[in-house]
Design a protein around this ligand. Structure first.
Ligand SMILES: [Zn+2]
Length: 275
């Protein structure tokens, strides 16, 4: 049987598809062959190969586009102070039982959010200087890497709360900084949001005042829209209740359950002065 002038159907079957193969009517020349030869193919095998390549190309493009919205977002949009630039599990030193417990909690939380695809918020609470920010950042980085490693990248952001509000405040008068709405849009869509040092933005430490209203409203609106927010704070439960409205405190505690680590009162200040 003739198909056009180029090839015909043979009486040989493709061993995989039980389809009759096609053979070129004329011999063709190929760079990697010495002699011209008849090309014989199974049409189903060819189609499968084309489909597979297309899927791979499209899949890669989708993944790349997704990565810029997800994995890369961490480095692009997180606010990480120079001091914490290298903070990860690798640089987390364990110099005592409390450090070990804190690190174990961090690794457990990584498993909870990654392997178990857990939901709800998480809290790390302790006095200033116990290493909360370092550990929080280590958790964030690992989560970002773990999801990427299995080609299901998720968006992860690390933001110090006081810097968040400074950025919004900067946009009040000037055109730089991110406006409140832009910031809200970004933060509410992120898969895993890490809020560093919640409470620092309040004037609690200085005057015992409530955090200002617009900040509380922002946090309430944000947490109300979100599922997985990992928060570290110097404030204990009683202090949280003094600084924030009860409705905000309940959003902070949303789904926390077992996802909470409280550094013991006597936890050593890792930034201890040498005198
Ligand atoms: Zn075939």
């Amino acid at each position: 049987m003739q198909i056009g002038n180029f090839h015909h159907v043979t009486d040989k079957l493709c061993p995989r598809h039980q389809t009759y193969t096609w053979q070129s009517n004329d011999k063709v020349k190929a760079i990697d062959r010495k002699e011209p030869y008849y090309v014989e193919v199974c049409p189903v095998c060819v189609q499968e190969k084309i489909d597979k390549e297309l899927t791979e190309i499209t899949g890669e493009a989708v993944l790349n586009a997704e990565l810029s919205q997800t994995y890369d977002l961490f480095e692009r949009k997180s606010i990480i102070t120079p001091k914490l630039q290298s903070a990860s599990y690798k640089t987390f030193t364990v110099s005592g039982e409390i450090d070990k417990q804190a690190k174990d909690f961090g690794l457990w939380l990584n498993e909870y959010y990654f392997k178990n695809e857990g939901t709800g918020n998480a809290i790390l609470q302790g006095r200033p200087g116990v290493g909360k920010s370092h550990l929080t950042l280590a958790i964030a980085r690992k989560l970002n890497e773990d999801w990427k490693a299995i080609k299901k990248p998720k968006s992860v952001l690390f933001i110090p709360v006081n810097r968040l509000f400074q950025t919004i405040q900067a946009s009040f008068n000037k055109s730089d900084g991110m406006s409140r709405d832009e910031m809200m849009k970004l933060l509410e869509r992120v898969d895993y949001l890490f809020l560093d040092d919640l409470g620092k933005e309040s004037t609690f430490g200085n005057h015992g005042n409530e955090a200002s209203n617009w900040k509380q409203e922002f946090l309430y609106e944000l947490l109300d829209m979100r599922g997985k927010t990992i928060i570290n704070t110097n404030l204990n439960g009683e202090q949280l209740k003094k600084v924030y409205d009860p409705s905000l405190v309940s959003r902070i505690m949303d789904g926390v359950g077992k996802n909470i680590f409280v550094y013991p009162e006597h936890a050593e200040d890792r930034r201890k002065l040498p005198f």
